[in-house]
Write a protein that binds this ligand. Structure first.
Ligand SMILES: O=C(O)C1=C[C@@H](OP(=O)(O)O)[C@@H](O)[C@H](O)C1
Ligand SMILES: C=C(OP(=O)(O)O)C(=O)O
Length: 440
């Protein structure tokens, strides 16, 4: 999907981070509101929508499904289909976007039709079986084209029934629950109960889902993260809120905020702040725990220096179950801390864009850090002597690997980052924006 693929980029060494960055739109919000707008009655004007690979595949899929998505005046204007998509046959390429393939699979399986959903090779290694099990429980027809439990998927029309409690596992990805929550109102003749099996991970993303569904007129009751109740409706559950503003991306914010903490600051991000509905804003609190000075307003967060006796960040131990994406940034910030930084609750890293536990451990070690890692944690002890791998830091086609390792350039040595164009998944302009705040 990315345009010109660069072999590598060299960054740093930088002495200081200072400045302000206006964040691109939130990926999580963008893909949810695109789908909800398409399913709703009425026209929705989306302002500040993310323009990146993950949202391009969603917009392209909706257009293929016959939805009128107009992007000519800078906003994205979606003419909703009132719960019935125009095309009942389509072949849809979903790239490596979990937030696109999972909710769209659920919506299409529930609505019924002959659809095929597939993606890049890594997408075919990312699990979707728990969602398919949940969909089959309501009578949806979903078949695996290659490997049981993984895309590509073939959907056909099923007989949907929603009178029994629908169960879905919550411990592999919260996106399966999100997908069921967004699509089941389309067939809620009666109240529907979804029950989570196993521990629900990434809970703040469920909050995003519920808050956005509410903006489109569907209020789900969350009973202690165990059971979710979708109210019965008259057949057209979603109504356009008119104009909807997409917040800046809180996970993308983490790189700049960490730069401020590592290299002096002040660094300010605008587009997210105290009023954010994204759980990853909690990343700023983690930086504060490491000793950074953090302030925020309704629409901004700023990190300005470190508040420890020796002016260095301090290593922390933190459960990152609620902030899996921003947690990667903490692992790299750990290179600059005094003492070890231990991040727990990160088992989901294994099934994301790459096996992030293995990738992170390997690349941090290349920088000279001592790393302990297992199935659900990583512990980073900073380098005694910084190293710079001549062959560079590998990014594994994972946007977050490229973005968080740019921070290593605040160490004493320049850093070569291989295949940096993978940032196009969520933040195509990342390195240009980073260059504005990273100073020699
Ligand atoms: O619902 C979402 O928008 C997301 C949920 C999280 O995934 P998991 O629920 O798989 O942890 C997160 O890592 C992903 O980037 C976006
Ligand atoms: C896990 C991620 O993406 P996805 O939405 O594809 O799951 C991510 O952006 O870090």
């Amino acid at each position: 999907m990315s345009s010109a693929v660069l072999d590598y980029i060299e960054v740093g060494p930088f002495a200081k981070a200072e400045g302000a960055v206006a964040l691109p739109g939130s990926k999580s919000i963008s893909n949810r509101v695109l789908l909800l707008s398409a399913l709703a009655s009425g026209t929705t004007r989306l302002k500040g929508l993310l323009d990146a690979d993950d949202t391009r595949v969603m917009r392209a899929a909706l257009k293929t499904l016959g939805v009128d998505v107009d992007e000519t005046d800078g906003d994205c204007v979606v003419h909703g289909c009132s719960g019935k998509l125009p095309k009942d046959q389509a072949d849809l390429f979903m790239g490596n976007a979990g937030t696109a393939i999972r909710p769209l699979t659920a919506a299409l399986a529930i609505l019924g039709g002959d659809y095929r959903l597939h993606g890049v090779p890594r997408m075919h290694e990312r699990p979707i079986g728990d969602l398919v099990d949940g969909l089959r429980m309501v009578g949806a027809q979903v078949a695996y084209e290659q490997n049981e439990g993984y895309p590509p998927l073939k959907l056909s029309k099923g007989q949907i029934r929603t009178n029994e409690i629908i169960k879905v596992r919550g411990d592999v990805s919260s996106q399966f629950l999100t997908a069921l929550l967004m699509s089941l109102p389309l067939v809620a003749n009666n109240e529907i109960c979804i029950e989570v099996v196993g521990e629900l991970i990434s809970k703040p993303y469920i909050d995003i889902t519920l808050k956005l569904m509410s903006r489109f007129g569907v209020d789900v009751r969350n009973d202690n993260w165990q059971r979710f109740y979708i109210p019965a409706n008259s057949g057209k559950p979603y109504a356009s809120p008119g104009t909807l503003y997409v917040e800046g991306d809180a996970s993308s914010a983490s790189y700049f905020l960490a730069a401020g903490a590592i290299a002096g600051g002040p660094v300010r991000v605008t587009g997210v702040g105290k009023n954010s509905i994204q759980g990853d804003v909690a990343f700023a609190q983690a930086l504060a725990q490491m000793g950074a000075k953090v302030t925020s307003g309704d629409d901004w967060i700023e990190v300005h220096g470190v508040n420890t006796p020796n002016g260095k960040l301090k290593g922390i131990e933190l459960d990152c179950l609620a902030i899996p994406d921003a947690a990667m940034t903490l692992a790299v910030a750990g290179l600059f801390a005094e003492g070890a930084t231990k991040l727990t609750g990160i088992a989901s890293w294994k099934v994301k864009e790459t096996d992030r536990i293995a990738a992170m451990a390997k690349e941090l070690q290349k920088m000279g850090a001592t790393v302990k890692a297992a199935d659900d944690y990583i512990e980073v002890t900073p380098p005694k002597q910084w190293a710079t791998p001549v062959d560079g830091i590998d990014t594994y086609d994972d946007h977050r690997m490229a973005m968080c390792f740019s921070l290593a350039a605040f160490g004493p040595l320049k850093v070569r980052i291989n295949e940096p164009t993978c940032v196009a998944k969520t933040f195509p302009e990342y390195f240009q924006e980073f260059a504005k705040v990273a100073k020699k």
